[in-house]
Ligand binder design. Structure first.
Ligand SMILES: *Cc1c(COP(=O)(O)O)cnc(C)c1O
Length: 397
């Protein structure tokens, strides 16, 4: 099918939940993707932080090929070696002790909410159930995850929503302290908000959040679905703050492009799930686990992380140059290679112009250009992207 046919059939047969761009991508390799008409693009969207290792990374492809021909799926009523190996790797590379595997970020957060409630019932008493989350957060699309997501536009017409959630502004410790009630059991947040506009939690704020949790016996839940797994230059974003969450969720980049989610917790918290309390048919199945083991091994590599940091500062410096050049740029934000340009110009127009010139970026809201390049990009790829971006921004002056 050519692009026109794909779009026509897509509109007829696929539910209309995405505002899709009029293009169909058919192949990817490294930092590049190709559309159905044969056009090549430098991909600074990277599946929205999924393709951190680029497209079709050979180690991930090989792990999937090998596992697909050996054992693709068995139920979690049996032990699964690739899953156990992956869990060990995640635990040894993090401050958490045990892992539950699922298939998406929303599902991981759903599990985190259930686990926090189980912990609260066991250790804090019957009247502790409330979870405080942050304005501009994004936690996924299941009913509980979208309720945790403090953005009214995503919750419209879905009521009644599950109870027990309360929202506060991000990076506002006074509001958070004020919001904690006798019913609160957990604080849930992204250390770097992705969907909400690439907002980084302040270092000082984070120290106080942790202190508040300790003082009031609250669980700290970090949603690292987007900012985790090397995206910020450290394997996990919490490492920037010198503190540890009680629960952490992962997904997006975890299996190199294959769907998977994970819920990690400290032992005392994890033990609140007993056999029968939580499950997922496909969670941690052999194929996904083999892909993820290959991906996590690469992402956790010290030299890989160091090279990511170098490329991130190079890219950040280039974005700061663009800020100096264009008065409509308000700020450069983000950490590592999850970066944003706050602008007062029309972001969608810039995204479109970049796409016409062979660079894929996206826009959160209409005034933040978001960059989530594969972490394997080269300095030259950054130069090429910035050149295109500069040209596109020049048209908006
Ligand atoms: C993408 C995202 C989710 C949802 O993940 P899905 O796999 O789409 O369910 C949750 N939290 C954050 C921070 C995300 O960026």
């Amino acid at each position: 099918m050519n692009t026109e046919e794909i779009i026509k059939n897509g509109q007829q047969y696929v539910m209309n939940t995405y505002g899709r761009l009029p293009m169909a991508l058919v192949r990817g390799e490294g930092v590049y993707v190709w559309d159905a008409d044969g056009n090549k693009y430098l991909d600074f969207v990277a599946g929205l932080a999924v393709n951190s290792l680029g497209h079709c990374h050979p180690a991930v492809v090989e792990a999937i090929r090998e596992q697909a021909g050996t054992l693709m799926h068995v139920s979690n009523i049996y032990w699964i070696e690739p899953q156990v190996r992956l869990a060990e790797s995640l635990v040894k590379n993090s401050a958490l002790d045990k892992v539950f595997f699922c298939n998406s970020g929303a599902e991981a957060n759903e599990g985190a909410i259930k686990l926090a409630r189980k912990y609260a019932r066991k250790y804090l008493g019957n009247d502790k159930y409330e979870i405080i989350t942050m304005e501009k957060s994004f936690h996924g699309r299941t009913l509980a995850a979208i309720t945790a997501t403090a953005q009214p536009k995503y919750q419209k017409d879905l009521d009644p929503l599950p109870g027990g959630f309360k929202y506060v502004p991000f990076n506002d410790i006074a509001a958070l302290q004020e919001a904690v009630s006798l019913h609160t059991c957990a604080i849930m947040m992204e250390p770097v908000q992705g969907e909400g506009g690439v907002n980084v939690a302040d270092y000082e704020y984070m120290q106080k959040v942790k202190q508040l949790c300790d003082e009031r016996g609250l669980l700290l839940i970090f949603d690292e679905v987007q900012c985790g797994l090397a995206r910020t230059g450290k394997l996990f974003a919490y490492e920037h703050y010198g503190i540890e969450p009680d629960i952490m969720t992962l997904a997006k980049a975890i299996a190199g492009g294959f769907p998977m989610g994970a819920l990690l917790a400290k032992d005392k918290v994890a033990d609140c799930f007993q056999p029968g309390d939580h499950a997922s048919t496909f969670g941690g199945n052999p194929l996904a686990a083999a892909a993820a083991y290959a991906a996590v091994s690469l992402l956790a590599d010290k030299e890989f992380l160091a090279s990511t940091v170098e490329k991130a500062s190079y890219f950040q410096a280039k974005l700061n140059d663009l800020k100096k050049k264009y008065s409509f740029v308000t700020d450069v934000r983000g950490k590592g290679l999850i970066l944003g340009l706050g602008i007062t110009a029309d972001g969608i127009k810039i995204v479109e112009s970049c796409r016409a010139k062979g660079l894929l970026i996206n826009c959160v809201g209409s005034n933040v250009l978001r960059f989530l390049p594969p972490l394997i990009i080269s300095f030259e790829d950054i130069d090429n992207a910035v050149k295109i971006l500069d040209e596109a921004m020049g048209e908006s002056r």
